[in-house]
Design a binder for this molecule. Structure first.
Ligand SMILES: Cc1cc2nc3c(=O)[nH]c(=O)nc-3n(C[C@H](O)[C@H](O)[C@H](O)COP(=O)(O)OP(=O)(O)OC[C@H]3O[C@@H](n4cnc5c(N)ncnc54)[C@H](O)[C@@H]3O)c2cc1C
Length: 507
């Protein structure tokens, strides 16, 4: 009897554990009907009717898989009213002849592209990281190497269903001011519940041809003049810059390279040594997934260098899904002290000046350079809002500054001032270092206009303000101003331990 009880308890624990694991890892059903979608909306609408007056609607998302890496202090506000849209991750209809896909905002682009490719289709803009969701790309920002032609993901949206908190459907012809104001509003104007996106025929391959430039001015000129299907730049230093043009094709014209297996050599290194290659389309779209562009390279360096053996052994831990999970379970403040992670949309005519200043003040390499077509639609908060003819260069700075340790406030403030002088804007997915005055200079006019839209469609004050949501709180700012707890090597080792421990399920 004395033995039986612990045995039964252990058996029950194993059973509960197994069922829980099976539930967690069970494949999500990707498809759903419109009727089921409407059914999922019912409890959300019911909960909105009971919410306290003055509360602020905000998306409740399991943060481990979010690609957003800023602190979320607003969620500790007493007025935060979480809206759980975690079950809104279904594809409702793929209509190749109609040229659209209808889906819920929680569908990650990795899943969406896989399903679209089964019928030979793709969205016009596929953000580079497979975990970015349709909703996150519209309410945040979603760009890629086809953005010189199509702009951001938000420029390819045909219709939105959303909560303001009333349920509404808007499009470029129905309530266009609301429709456009949602773009890059970071859930401060409405909560999207269904999205209709443009789709087109997908190519089998992208044939890449890279050109080498030795100055920012020649590289930026090349980026601006490109008419190829895709174009992007990678600056390995201020004098070693590649401009990579891609052409959609059904037949390989150069050696085939792949980037979707964890042992594949990472794209940014491959293209540096092999200037011509043909890449299967899906591998091309998510070519920066392993290594998260280049940010995880230091892990390979620590493990004895980048080679087939190290990639084979640890590469599967170094995709963005695992890297973001680790980031979100570690202290984002440590990240802010150790790395600069920002995307700056700079008007193309000011890009060289900006890059030269970034070289002096930051010295992070590689840099990602991605041209984007501007928009003159009512996407007032979007970083590429301007005129349809205007071009921006997105400067992606992801890495360790040359001067280390560094003061993040001083460094970011200088870059933000320069951006304001250039007439550019930053994306707001990362830590937002703008002072209230800098934020006002960058977004003031747009925020005033968007406030009018919020008033005409929603209840007064039922969403957070943009700065309230994305700005760093005083407490976070103070914390980030303090020096790192350990040396750089110790901090880095902690990150690696986190990755391995998480993967092996040790903690
Ligand atoms: C290292 C790094 C590299 C990056 N590179 C790229 C890149 O190459 N291309 C690119 O496009 N982007 C890139 N991003 C940025 C990324 O696209 C944005 O962070 C994007 O917003 C993240 O999407 P998510 O699905 O993870 O969104 P989440 O983190 O879930 O949400 C992002 C924002 O959108 C809001 N939101 C989400 N769903 C809804 C909804 N249903 N209704 C209303 N609001 C909603 C959230 O409240 C939040 O404010 C990069 C980010 C990092 C950290």
């Amino acid at each position: 009897m004395t033995i039986l009880i612990p045995l039964l308890a252990a058996g029950a624990a194993v059973l509960i554990g197994t069922v829980t694991l099976l539930y967690i890892h069970a494949p999500k059903t990707l498809y759903s009907s419109e009727a089921a979608h409407q059914h999922r909306l019912l409890p959300i609408l019911a909960s909105l009717r009971t919410r306290p007056l003055g509360s602020k609607l905000s998306l409740h998302r399991r943060t481990l898989d979010s690609n957003t890496i800023r602190n979320s202090s607003h969620k500790s506000s007493y007025s935060y009213f979480p809206v759980d849209l975690s079950s809104f991750h279904h594809i409702l209809e793929i209509n190749p002849s109609g040229g659209y896909v209808l889906c819920e905002p929680g569908v990650p682009f990795g899943d969406l592209l896989r399903e679209l490719l089964k019928v030979g289709m793709t969205t016009l803009v596929v953000p580079e990281l497979p975990g970015i969701t349709v909703g996150g790309a519209i309410a945040g920002g979603g760009l890629e190497s086809s953005s010189h032609r199509y702009g951001q993901v938000s420029d390819t949206v045909l219709e939105l269903e959303c909560l303001t908190p009333d349920l509404r459907v808007c499009s470029p012809s129905v309530d266009p001011d609301l429709f456009y104001a949602i773009s890059a509003s970071y859930n401060t104007v409405a909560l999207m519940t269904r999205v209709k996106l443009q789709i087109a025929r997908a190519p089998a391959y992208v044939s890449l041809q890279a050109e080498r430039y030795s100055s920012f001015s020649s590289a930026v000129a090349a980026l601006q003049s490109s008419t190829s299907d895709t174009v992007e730049g990678i600056a390995y230093s201020s004098t070693d810059i590649l401009v990579v043009r891609g052409t959609h094709t059904s037949t390989p014209r150069s050696p085939i390279r792949r980037f979707s297996r964890h042992w594949d050599k990472w794209y940014y290194k491959s293209i540096h040594s092999q200037l011509a290659m043909t890449v299967p389309y899906a591998d091309y779209c998510f070519r920066y997934n392993y290594g998260s562009f280049w940010m995880a390279n230091y892990v390979l360096d620590m493990l004895g260098g980048d080679n087939l053996f190290t990639r084979f052994m640890v590469g599967s831990f170094l995709d963005t899904k695992h890297l973001f999970a680790v980031l979100h379970s570690s202290d984002l403040t440590d990240l802010g002290r150790m790395r600069v992670i920002q995307d700056f949309y700079v008007p193309a005519e000011k890009a060289v000046e900006f890059l030269e200043e970034a070289e002096r003040e930051v010295g992070v390499y590689p840099l990602w350079l991605c041209p984007i077509k501007g928009t003159s639609t009512g996407q007032l908060l979007a970083s590429h809002h301007s005129t349809a003819e205007k071009q921006f260069i997105n400067v992606g700075i992801y890495g360790r500054p040359r001067q280390f340790p560094f003061n993040p406030q001083t460094l970011h403030s200088k870059l933000i001032d320069l951006l304001i002088q250039s007439g550019g804007r930053s994306m707001l997915y990362a830590q937002t270092w703008h002072s209230p005055e800098q934020f006002q200079a960058m977004y003031g006019e747009a925020l005033k206009a968007v406030e009018g839209v919020r008033r005409s469609y929603g209840e007064e004050g039922c969403f957070f303000g943009l700065y309230e949501k994305v700005g760093l709180s005083e407490r976070d700012r103070d914390e980030l101003g303090r020096p790192m707890r350990g040396s750089e090597a110790e901090e880095t080792r902690k990150v690696v331990r986190d990755i391995l421990g998480k993967k092996l399920g040790l903690w």
